[in-house]
Design a protein around this ligand. Structure first.
Ligand SMILES: [Zn+2]
Length: 313
């Protein structure tokens, strides 16, 4: 047996003994598509990221990408355990995209477009946004990413769809009620931790003039169906019947978890939370961290029935 083959078999043995075969199989496909050997699984993956503003594709290693993603997606002032939870979500989300083989403009592996992938900021972009604390905050993010290097979230030995959002407003939403798909680890959970968010409860009035522009003549609003966590599923505004998500989008509401009331001036909307409400509640993660919970406890709370697995690169 030559050295190459024996090394390969030794690595394969290590893979089978120490790892989740499914994650490795997915990563092996990822590396194979790039013309790398199976042994590369133990190397840190390089990724290409499409930058939507410049239209350029940048290459970097996966952990460097995760730093820029945490910097873009979570307030950098958050506690380190919340940053670690976010880093693991971002890594899991990115690896799932990579192993799905989804391609972005110019065949990039990932994109900084938040509608199709995750946000990403270079240090220079981050420093532009936070001119006073950029160095310390960037160091905090780097540390959170380093201390969770290679860690991902698995359910049934598969990378989870690690959805996250800003603020759930007291209870997260299930994937079923928001996306119509029942996913074991994306169920609704109580969250008594995100009251610290400015978006926990907000009130606004939609002027009748603006309402008419969207949904025709009249001064009427009626919620026709709400989900088990109080999110609007169907609402009739004047003559128009809309899904909760359409209502949210049409009027730029922070979430569908809201109550509506007719007033002389327009529709009074009290909203709870910000975002789709599924998966990790970022302000909830911060609230848990402030109460002394670690990142393992945070992730176990928002993604029930999952486990953390470390890819040995
Ligand atoms: Zn929450």
């Amino acid at each position: 047996m030559n050295i190459m083959v024996s090394t390969y078999l030794f690595n394969m043995k290590k893979i089978i003994i120490f790892s989740s075969a499914i994650v490795f199989a997915a990563l092996a496909v990822f590396f194979a598509l790039r013309g790398c050997s199976t042994q590369s699984i133990h190397e840190l993956p390089m990724v290409t990221v499409y930058r939507s503003q410049s239209g350029q594709v940048e290459q970097m290693d996966l952990e460097e990408y995760i730093i820029g993603t945490v910097a873009a997606e979570m307030p950098a002032s958050f506690e380190s355990e919340a940053l670690k939870a976010q880093a693991i979500c971002a890594r899991t989300y990115a690896l799932r995209k990579l192993t799905e083989g989804k391609s972005y403009p110019h065949q990039a592996d990932l994109s900084d477009n938040i509608n199709t992938c995750q946000g990403y900021l270079s240090y220079e972009e981050f420093a532009g946004r936070h001119p006073h604390q950029s160095e310390q905050w960037w160091l905090n993010i780097q540390q959170a990413v380093e201390e969770t290097r290679g860690q991902v979230i698995l359910h049934d030995n598969q990378l989870i769809d690690a959805l996250y959002h800003s603020t759930c407003g007291g209870q997260t939403a299930s994937a079923l009620e928001v996306f119509g798909q029942n996913i074991d680890y994306l169920q609704s959970v109580q969250c008594g931790y995100c009251q610290i968010s400015k978006r926990y409860k907000t009130e606004q009035v939609l002027d009748w003039q603006d309402v008419v522009a969207v949904s025709g003549e009249g001064e009427c609003v009626e919620v026709m169906a709400t989900s088990s966590t109080g999110r609007i599923e169907q609402v009739k505004v004047n003559q128009k019947v809309m899904k909760g998500s359409e209502f949210r989008q049409a009027f730029g509401l922070p979430s569908t978890r809201c109550t509506v009331r007719m007033e002389n001036q327009g529709i009074n909307v009290i909203s709870y939370g910000y975002g789709h409400g599924v998966g990790l509640c970022q302000y909830g993660a911060q609230g848990m961290a402030l109460q002394g919970k670690n990142y393992q406890q945070i992730l176990a709370h928002y993604y029930p029935g999952t486990r953390i697995y470390k890819i040995p690169y």
